[in-house]
Design a protein around this ligand. Sequence first.
Ligand code: SF4
Length: 366
Amino acid sequence: MADDARTWLERIRGLPLPERVKIMNVCGGHERSITMAGLRAALPRSIELIPGPGCPVCICPEEDVYEAIQVALHEDVILVAFGDMLRVPVNVPKGAVRSLEQAKASGADIRPIASPLEAGRIATENPNRRVVFFAAGFETTTAPVASLLVQGAPENLLVLLSGRLTWPAVAMLLDSGTPGFDALIAPGHVATVMGPEEWSFVVEKHGLPAAVAGFTPTSLLAAIYSTLRQLIDGRRFLDNCYPEVVRAQGNPTARRHLGEAMDVVDATWRGIGTIPASGYRLRPAYQDRDARRAFPSYADASRKRAGQMPPGCDCAKVVLGRIYPNECRIYGKACTPRNPIGPCMVSDEGACRIWWSSGVRHSDAA
Ligand code: SF4
C-alpha cells in the first residue's frame, strides 16, 4: 500500500467512529480496488464496505442478452459485444444456446471488443456485412456509443442498445426507506462524464454523506475518510476525492452527444425490475441504427419480469448490497468462475467474481 494510502488509513483509525457504519460503492472498479488491496481487513471492524449496483453486465436484462443471442444466430450479421457479455447465461431449456459464447461456438459470427471504437473499426473493415453492436453498459460506455453515432458511424453499423444510468439505482434504494447504507462512495469514472452534481441528491434529498472517488486505494480511503468525517461532524456535502479527473459538469462534449443521440427512459434491470428514468433509447433521428428495428423482433415477452436470475442465484441481492457475495447459497459451490450460474460471477466487475479472484472461497450463506 502506498504511503499516502497508509496516511489516510491512520487518519481513519484515529476517528471517533460510530459502533457500526455501512458505506456503499457503486462501481465494479471500486469494488475491485477495495477487495484486491485488502481494505476491508485494514479498516476498523466497525466500517462495512458494501458493493452495490456497479456492474453493468450483472444488471443487463436477460431479455436483452437473449435478443443478442437470437440476432447473432438467425441474422447474417457480425455481432460485437464486450468480452464479459459473451459468457453471461440466460434461462433456456436444456440443450438450447444459453450464451453468446455458445452461439459463437455453434457458428454465429460473434466478436469480442474492448471499446466502442472497435465496433466502428470492424464495421469499416466489413463494408458488405451488417455489424450489430450489443452496447450494454453504464454512462461511460453509452457516451462513446453516442459519440460514435453523432460523429458519423459506418452505414453498416447497427446498435442493440442496453445502456443504463447508475444514479437511479441508488435513488431507488434510498427512496425504498431501507437503503442498507449510511454513506456513499460515488463512481469517479461516471462523474468524469456526467459531472459529480448527479450525486448531489444523496446529500440534499437524503441527508447522507457522499464522496466521489477514483480507483486507487488512496482515493478510495480519502473518500471513506470524508464520509466518516461528515457523519461524525454532522455535516453533509458531496466531496470530490478525484479532482485530478472529475470536473464540475463532467465532459460537456460527451453529455451533448448523449443528449443528441439518446433519450432517457424507464428501463429494466436484471433481477431488480423497472427503475424509472434509468435507461437509454436511441432518439428518432438515429432509429435507422436501431438493431431492434432492422430485424424481426426476437424479444421474448415472458422474459420481461423481475425474477430473471437463474434458480438459486442471489445476484439481485448482491447487486443491491443486501447480501455479500459469499452469502449467496451457491457461491463457490454450484457457482464458480469456471461454471458461472449468475452474471455477478461472469463479469470482471461483478462482486462475486471479484471476491472469488481475491481468494474468498468460504460461503457465509445462512
Ligand atoms: S455466487 Fe453465483 S449464483 Fe450466487 S449471487 Fe454470485 S453469481 Fe449469482
